[in-house]
Each structure stands twice: as C-alpha cells, then as structure tokens.
Ligand binder design. Structure first.
Ligand code: F6R
Length: 369
C-alpha cells in the first residue's frame, strides 16, 4: 500500500536508503563481505577470466555503473550488454565466462533468454534479482538477491540503488576470493557502502522539496539533456530514461567527452542540461574536464543544472542551478547522484498531471521478447 504517499514512486524513492541498507544487511561482518549464497563457489570465481553483465533498461545502467568497480576490485575485464542484443551475434563465451544478469522482476523475457543462451553455451551464470524464486535466479548457477522490497511503480528507482549495492558486494567478494583486493581496501569500500543510506536520506531531506519545485517550473520543457563522465555517464543515461518514460519528454544522456563529437550541435539558448559533476577530491583532472564541458555548453546558451558534491565551490559560478550531494568515495557518488534525477523526473511528470506509477505504453515486467 501507498501509505501516506501520493504515489508508489514517491514511496519507493523514499525507500532508497532502506533498499541499500537491507541489501547490505547480514552481508558484512567486521569489514568483510560475507555472502552466504555464494559459499562453495570460490572455485567457480577463481576460474573466471571475463565477466559479461546482461540486463535491460535501468538494470543495464546499474550494470554500467557496476562495471567500473567490478573491474577495479576483481581485475577481471567486464563488458555490459543489453540482454536483447547479446544472443543475436554468436557471442564468444565459454566456461571461463561469468554472465551476471541483473533484473528487478527476475521475469524479463529478454534477460531470461540471454541467461539460458549463456548457460547452453557453457558460461557460468549469476543472477542479481529482487524477487525471491523468480525465473531468472532459478535458471542461474548463483544468486545475489537485492533486498529493495517489492517495487510497484513501473519506473525502477529503489531497485536501481539496490542493484548497484549488490554488484559492489559481489565484486568485493570475488575480489577477495581471487586476492585482487586487500582486506583493508575492501573494508574501506564496505565502510563507504554502509554510509550510503544515511547520505541518500540527507539528499531526500535537504533537496527533495527544492528539486520538486524546480521540476514544476520546467513543466513546459520539451527537451532535456544529461551529461556525465565515468560512473556519472550511466547516471546521465538513467536520468534521461526516467524523464522519457514518466514525463514523455525528449531526453538524452551523453558521455561529457562525446559532446564535441556531435551532440554539442544540439545546444541552443535555453536548452536545459543536467551535468553530473565528479568529485574534485577524487580526480581533479576529470573534474576540470567536466567543468570545461559546462563552460562550453553555457557559452552556447545552455541552462546548466549541476549535480555536485557539497563544498565543490568551482561549480557554483558556472551553473544556473546546483543540486548538492554529500561527499562519497570514488565509486559511491552514482548511488547519490541518481537520487536528484529520480526526484526530478517524478516532479516534472507530476507537474504535467501524469500518472507516475503507470506511464503510458509500459508494463512493470516485460515478459515478452
Ligand atoms: C525503467 C525500468 C525498466 C526496467 C527494465 C528491466 O525505469 O523500470 O527499464 O529496468 O525493464 O526490468 P527488470 O529489472 O525487471 O528486468
């Protein structure tokens, strides 16, 4: 039930902190990741030389975010593929390939068929799923459940942050099994993960009303662009997808570095552009590059809405609007930066008088190919 909320989506965004906390619960002991479901699979993980993540839509963006940390912590190369593209090109897979599927429902037909294909071709399969006993986990060799709780609104929100959390736990587990990451480094990342729920709660507390009001002012907007770099890139894609599906507005996400290779031609005076700004403390080089992207589009009249870390003073004079997120470690910003984008899409759709729980033409679970 919706409780006191105006929509299931509003309720589920408010549950993003719990979705992360519950996915972590019982899986961390003294700074070590402990995933009972993966007991006995050390040999399987030791034999993996390649990981392919398959999923659709928002779940695929969670995979794209996860790729950076999985590669870093396990030193296994990772590709992310849309499930419906995967099996139509005779992919090179075998017993040393781990195919990680991500699905909230566990019933998405495209993803299920890709998992079956992978298995039939000798790959190992691991399912990241939010629904106990669903078909995809039943078809997989290993399962890491997300514990986001039932997601009712068609647009996925709390499941997305839970999926990234589960991928990070999986990556730390595999990284430790393979000796690719030290106990101390893993413990640092675990601490960062444990701090995420409180930080998301802070964003909801401090920024939600502001973002909703601001989305309301934009109800007549016809097109919105989203830019990001590195882990911010899939977040830009997610922001655009949510706006398309909920507010029926043309929206596109780009890698910031790609701007000058074409998309900058789209910028005309008044064009709203969300920019996910990486932390200046993590990579001053990447931060500088994104700030210079902001300068380029602003010089052409873009209206820039920056999502930036608290204390990032360089952003303020460059942007028309700044949405603040708390400080977080290198791989953890996406778990925070996505929250304002979820709120924004919901706010804009609501301002247009649309049903955010049941967008037109969409179903919660896509059980046809
Ligand atoms: C977007 C959205 C969809 C789903 C996709 C996969 O907000 O909800 O893009 O993420 O259809 O669904 P699952 O995760 O159930 O496989």
């Amino acid at each position: 039930e919706k409780g006191g909320w105006s929509s299931f989506m509003a309720k589920e965004i408010s549950e993003e902190p719990e979705a992360v906390a519950n996915t972590l619960r019982g899986r961390v002991r003294d700074g070590e990741v402990v995933i009972p479901e993966l007991d006995g699979l050390d040999e399987l993980f030791a034999g993996v030389s390649r990981i392919i993540v398959i999923a659709c839509g928002t779940a695929a963006y969670a995979g794209q975010v996860g790729k950076y940390a999985i590669e870093q912590w396990t030193r296994i190369p990772v590709d992310v593929e849309l499930a419906h593209e995967f099996r139509y090109r005779d992919p090179v897979i075998g017993p040393d390939t781990l195919v990680v599927s991500i699905s909230q429902s566990g019933e998405t037909m495209d993803t299920l068929m890709a998992v079956k294909y992978a298995r039939e071709h000798g790959a190992k399969t691991l399912s990241v799923c939010n629904t106990q006993g669903a078909t995809i986990p039943r078809e997989s060799d290993a399962i890491v459940y997300t514990h986001a709780g039932p997601e009712v609104a068609v647009a996925s929100t709390k499941a997305f942050v839970a999926q990234i959390t589960a991928l990070y736990l999986m990556a730390l587990h595999i990284g430790r099994v393979r000796g690719a990451i030290s106990a101390a480094d893993a413990a640092d990342h675990v601490r960062e993960l444990e701090a995420v729920p409180g930080k998301i709660a802070q964003i909801l507390e401090r920024e939600q009303a502001h973002i909703e009001q601001f989305a309301g002012w934009m109800a007549d907007t016809r097109s919105v662009l989203f830019l990001g770099r590195h882990v911010g890139f899939p977040i830009a894609l997610e922001g655009a997808l949510k706006l398309k599906e909920l507010a029926y507005i043309h929206a596109e996400g780009f890698a910031a570095g790609e701007l000058k290779h074409g998309p900058i031609a789209l910028i005309e005076p008044g064009q709203p552009v969300f920019v996910v700004v990486p932390s200046p403390r993590k990579s001053s080089e990447m931060h500088k590059k994104v700030i210079s992207s902001i300068e380029e589009i602003r010089a052409r009249g873009a209206r820039v809405i920056a999502i930036a870390e608290e204390g990032d003073a360089a952003v303020l004079p460059k942007a028309d609007e700044v949405l603040r997120i708390p400080l977080a470690g290198p791989f953890f910003e996406p778990l925070l930066a996505v929250v304002p984008l979820h709120i924004f899409a919901m706010g804009l759709a609501t301002a247009k008088g649309l049903d955010v729980d049941q967008p037109r033409n969409l179903a919660k679970s896509v059980t046809v190919e």
